[in-house]
Design a protein. Structure first.
Length: 138
């Protein structure tokens, strides 16, 4: 069995941002030379997420509005965690959107359903963040 590990690094311009990382994960899969197996992709920061969904800007806008309604950023004094910080809402948004995804590899390709893409979700951005890609298989 083969194993492959790579970190993908991101800088986001906004506090909340969604980035399609499918091309980078596909590149990792090509580098790994795994034809059959599994790809794990997970956020390495507690206020970030990795998830699978459609690459459609209206949907991403809806995610942002929905998450802000569930866990509003302000006022920051509403959260006990925010004593000296201002990212409690980012922790909650990550909990909702999830930490990682696992995708099957079949015949050297990510085995997706229709419209599926992998996204990095940032909820406390404007600084350097990373994602782990781990691939195992044959």
């Amino acid at each position: 069995m083969k194993a492959y590990r790579k970190e993908l690094w991101f800088n986001t311009d906004k506090r909340v941002e969604f980035i399609n990382i499918t091309p980078q994960v596909q590149q990792c899969l090509q580098e790994s030379d795994v034809r059959e197996g599994l790809v794990l992709v997970n956020a390495m920061h507690i206020t970030a997420s990795v998830f699978i969904n459609d690459d459609e800007t209206g949907l991403h806008h809806d995610f942002e509005v929905w998450l802000e309604n569930l866990a509003p950023h302000g006022p920051v004094t509403q959260y006990r965690h925010n004593v000296g910080e201002d990212n409690a809402d980012g922790h909650m948004k990550r909990q909702i959107m999830g930490r990682e995804v696992v995708v099957a590899v079949t015949d050297g390709r990510l085995d997706f359903g229709p419209w599926e893409q992998i996204f990095y979700g940032e909820f406390d951005g404007r600084r350097r963040k990373r994602v782990l890609v781990k691939i195992i298989g044959e």
